[in-house]
Design a protein around this ligand. Sequence first.
Ligand SMILES: [Zn+2]
Length: 204
Amino acid sequence: MQTHNPIHKKLWEAIVSNNHSYDGKFFYGVQTTKVFCRPSCPSRIPKLENVRIFYHRQEAINEGFRPCKRCRPDQLQLPIQEWIDQIKRFLEKNWSNTISLDLLANVFHLSPYHLQRTFKKCVGVTPAQYLEQIKVDQAMHYLQETDQTMKEIAQAVGISNAQYFTTIFKKKTGVTPSMYRKSKGGNRVGSAYTTNDLLDNISQ
Ligand SMILES: [Zn+2]
């Protein structure tokens, strides 16, 4: 039956680039899997010759296609919350790295602007602020439970600049890392450095 597939170039491009702005305007089904998706679906790009275009979800269902579990084309609302949850999980898993907005946008097939805006709207903070909070939480744990130096802890949470680490920590908690450690009774063993000394060195 293979006639050439007359899919409009624009629609195909939307599928290939996971373009959100086409969501709701059309759906695509994959003949080989009998699953249909939104254009923005992050699942693997199908072969062009296996793609069918539908302008209404019901058309796809009538033809025996099942809604994709990932992009949920059967739901009327965009699964924004699912996206946000995925992004949060990604940050929670990768907190020890430096994650730029561009990287996130790449991973989640969204424009940096759209990602930042949507995330902030749903979560109340930007992805960068969310990530910082995770790093600070982890740092609090290290400060309390280990005798690692500020530099080591900063590196462990993926902040290579110890001074910047102190700045972020203070911004989030209201105290410097060394004050926090002291208040928690951490770093009690008599090590060769004191955290205050270290901080003073850093801020000079
Ligand atoms: Zn899908």
